[in-house]
Design a protein. Sequence first.
Length: 409
Amino acid sequence: MPTAAALAGGESSDHSEPPTGEPTATGATSISEPSASEPNEISDLPIGQPDDTGAPTSDAELVTAAEAAVAAPPAPQEEKVAAALKPLPPPLSPPATPYPARPEPVVRHAPPRPTPPPVHTDAPPRKLFFWKLRQRELRLGDRTLIMGVLNVTPDSFSDGGKYSDPDRAYARAIELEELGADIIDIGAESTRPGSGRVALAEEIRRLIPVLKRLKDKLTIPISVDTYKAEVAERALDLGVEIINDPSALTFEPQLAKIAAQYNAGLVLNHMRGTPETWAKLGPLSDPIGTVTRDLEATVNRARRAGVEKQRIVIDPGLGFGKRKEDNSAILARLGQLNSLELPILVGPSRKSFLAHPDPDETKFASAGAATAAIMSGAHIVRVHDVREMRAATDVVDEILRARQEPIVR
C-alpha cells in the first residue's frame, strides 16, 4: 500500500502500477498516477472539512447523506421502473368451499296482447239506399250509377239540335245503354243560362215521338227532365219511371202529385232564380247551407203531396243560379246533404263553370268534378260522355271500397 509520502511526492512503491494507457503483463490497462505538479483533490483538503461545493467529506456525513438518499422518494420515472420490476404476487389458490352456482335468470314473459278489433276509416262517404221506381228498385251506394243525358232540344248548350230528330235520338239512347249508362235522362227544354221558357205544346212535340220509339226498347229506366206536370204525366203514360224536376217543385208544385199517383221516382234539383235571371244573381254567403235548407223544404212539400221518401233523390243543382265559387263550395261540402237521409245525384257535366276552349279539356274537367262529387257521397252522376265517365267512376268506386276495408293496428 503506498505511503502518504509516496502519494504526495508522486513516487511509486515496489507494487506501483505502470502509467495509464500502457498494458500490463496481464494485458490490463493501468491507471496513471498524478504527477507532482497536479494537486490531489482529496488529499490536499483538511480531513473533515467540506470542499467548495458543500459536499460532505467526513465518514459520518457520507453515511448520513447515503441514508437520506435511500429514504428519499424515487423520481416518477424511477417509480415506473420499480413497479415494472416488482415481482408478481403468487396466484390465489381456489377456495376450499366452491362458490354456489349462479341461479338461472327468471324470464318473465309479458301476457299476449289481445287482438284489437278491426279499425275502419272514416264513416262511409255514401249510405246505401233502395230507390223505388215504378217497375223496379235501384240499389244505390255499392257503385256509382251513370245517368246518361239525351237532349232532344235545338238549343241545348252542349249538344243542341244533334238529337232533335226522333230517329237519331232513338239511336243515341240505345248507344248510351251500350256504353254503360244505368239511366237515360231525356230533356226537351233547355235550361242553359239565359234561355227562355218553352211552351207546353212545343215540349210535348219534341219529346213524345222519342218516347214512343223507346218504349220497351231499353233494359234501363228512362227519366224525363221537366218541371211541367202535364209533360210529366204524358211521359209516365209512355213507360217513363223517373221525373227529374230542375226547379225542385218551385215552378209547378202539382208535379209532385203526378209523381205520387204513378209511383214514379222523383229527382228534386235545386234551382236559384230562373235561367233568365241567373246572370244577375250575386254569390251565396253559405252555398251548401242554402241548398240544404231549400232541398229540405221541397222534400217536405213532396212528402205532403204523397211522394214516398224512398222514391226521392236530391240534386244540389250545380250551375243552376250559382256562381263558380258557389259550385266549388258545394262540391267541397257535399257531404252535408247526408243530413237529409236521401240519395244524392250530381250533374257537373259540361257546366259553364267547367268550360274550356277545347272540348276535351271540358270533358276532363267534368270528370274531375264528378270524381269530387262521388268521393263526397254522390250516388248518381248525370253526364253526357258516358264511356269516359264510366271509366272514371269505376276507379273512384274501387277507391271507396278500399277505404272501407278494415285496418288492423
